[in-house]
Design a protein around this ligand. Structure first.
Ligand SMILES: O=C(O)CCC(=O)C(=O)O
Length: 270
């Protein structure tokens, strides 16, 4: 079975030059993201209205404050970043024997005091699109610690026996989707009764580690209690033979930015 434990980690992944290049790309895109956010605020419009009219980056402010906690559509905005994505796609082929292609891409910026992601699976966010199975590569731009809200993976999820799940048939086998809250503040969060049954393994990692995890492993991360940002770029891939959905995904997201399916267990505002 692919990803027996749902995830794996590769240490010191990029050479120094490539890692510096990735950080430069991050800085350039963040500048554009800040400009976009300023423009939306000054025009007294909403992000939701802006995206309906503009095929742009998607910039997500955190809850009701002005801090940006995420930007998306990285390769759409900066096509040269595709070489990074292609490299990870090749790595995934070597690791799994399967050919993948990019489905979506984003960067989460967990600022001091911000950014808890309650326990969730990513699969519910993708079930409205054709591909059945996804793998995400997390590129750590900063070290992840317990203090700054590292990722935590539910490593025993395939052994959790409960009637509060639906088995989904994917291209690579059957996987569970656990019952989760729908709508409201806890949208996408796995119900308490189930999340308490998982063993949560903290991913204490260095900058320049890459973590691959599939769309079914439950994961979470806590608030950032440190004084620095914790930044991770996430590139999500679907199986190549399940089609190319990148532009279609973002077109739908721009037109339905407030739709809860695009905000599974995420701190955000419109
Ligand atoms: O960046 C994190 O800490 C968690 C991110 C996450 O789970 C998500 O974006 O779905």
């Amino acid at each position: 079975m692919l990803f027996e434990d749902g995830y794996f980690v590769l240490n010191s992944y990029w050479d120094n030059k490539t890692f510096a290049y990735i950080c430069d790309c991050y800085n350039n895109i963040l500048e554009d993201a800040n400009q976009l956010a300023d423009f939306v605020k000054q025009s007294k419009s909403t992000f939701s209205d802006y995206y309906k009219e503009n095929k742009s980056l998607i910039v997500v402010p955190e809850n009701n404050n002005t801090t940006i906690c995420r930007f998306e559509y990285i390769i759409g905005h900066l096509p040269e970043f595709k070489k990074i994505s292609d490299n990870l796609c090749l790595e995934l082929k070597n690791l799994t024997g399967k050919q993948f292609r990019l489905f979506k891409d984003k960067c989460n910026i967990k600022s001091p005091g911000g950014g808890a992601f309650p326990p969730h699976q990513d699969a519910p966010a993708y079930i409205n699109f054709t591909p059945t199975y996804h793998v995400t590569a997390a590129i750590l731009l900063d070290a992840a610690t317990e203090e700054n809200g590292c990722l935590e993976m539910a490593t025993n999820y395939l052994k959790t026996h409960t009637n509060k799940k639906t088995d989904i048939v994917t291209k690579v086998g059957t996987r569970p989707i656990f019952e989760y809250y729908i709508g409201g503040e806890r949208n996408g969060t796995i119900i308490d009764e189930i999340q308490n049954q998982f063993s949560w393994e903290k991913q204490i990692l260095d900058a320049n580690n890459v973590v691959f995890f599939d769309s079914f492993i439950p994961h979470q991360s806590k608030i950032n209690l440190s004084k620095s940002h914790r930044r991770i770029i996430y590139l999500t891939f679907n199986l190549e033979d399940e089609g190319d959905h990148y532009e279609n995904y973002y077109e739908k997201k721009r037109h339905e930015y407030s739709n809860p399916i695009f905000h599974i267990a995420t701190p955000y505002s419109t």
